[in-house]
Design a protein around this ligand. Sequence first.
Ligand code: SF4
Ligand code: SF4
Length: 296
Amino acid sequence: MAPEPPKREEPPKKEAVAAPSAAAPSEMKRETKAETTKKEEKSVTNKITVGHVHMSGCTGCLVSLADNYGGLLKILDDYADLVYGLTLADVRHIPEMDVALVEGSVCIQDHESVEDIKTTRKKAKIVVALGACACYGNITRFARGGQHNQPQHESFVPIGDLIDVDVYIPACAPTPQMIRNVCVAAYLLLRGTEDQKTLAAKFLKPLMNAAKRGTTACFCDLMYEVINQGLCMGCGSCAAACPVRAITHEWGKPQGQRDLCIKCGACYNQCPRSWYSFDVMNEFEGILELIDGAMK
Ligand code: SF4
Ligand code: SF4
């Protein structure tokens, strides 16, 4: 007779209701608010499907996405199934998905890449240009004229030159938090309650407006939209980002040499005062609370 298998210990049962705490009234209020947020987000159950489509870039955006560590796992556990990603999922053809995070610009000599970006548009409900190369070309604008190692690659264009894009996440590379927030906001927009949809749409609005604004950005845009508006705080991020050293700082303010500018958009991307709309700032706290609540 085979020996009986050893009995496994039952895991401790989770408490259904949190133990009451002797908190101050203001703390109790906060707790109640947090519980309400939790209850609300529990009412949304279906995960969205997300894919990472890699065009031409340095892979820094993917590193930033992976840098979410626990945040990424939480997103994959509760909010999104990763259905496509060259290095992250073993899927060969671009499938149907709710959100496509597209990294990098497209080499127009590479027909496969051009087909891939068009397929992405057909298969994804929301196309997000992830990072500066996808939005404006960024450093890949610098790669014109045929490099030695890949002479067939002569011209890279931002994805918005080939397809309609719904959301931009400019910056080189976008922060892990920004990518996480966009993923959660997209989830709430597609699967949330009406209140959650409203807040998520507000969070995404400036990023959608950036996508409508177009695929070029250069020092002139920074000049008109930031410096001439008195919004520049002299942080120097634009000068540090410029790959051709077309920006210098004089008297604490950036000065551009337009004859050197290759219109890569790096300065515009990196400027903390350029593309994020201030209209949404008043409600930013509530929006971030919602996203943070959803991540608990
Ligand atoms: S000034 Fe420099 S960073 Fe800005 S768009 Fe021109 S080349 Fe790019
Ligand atoms: S990045 Fe923006 S705020 Fe900073 S110095 Fe350049 S223009 Fe000014």
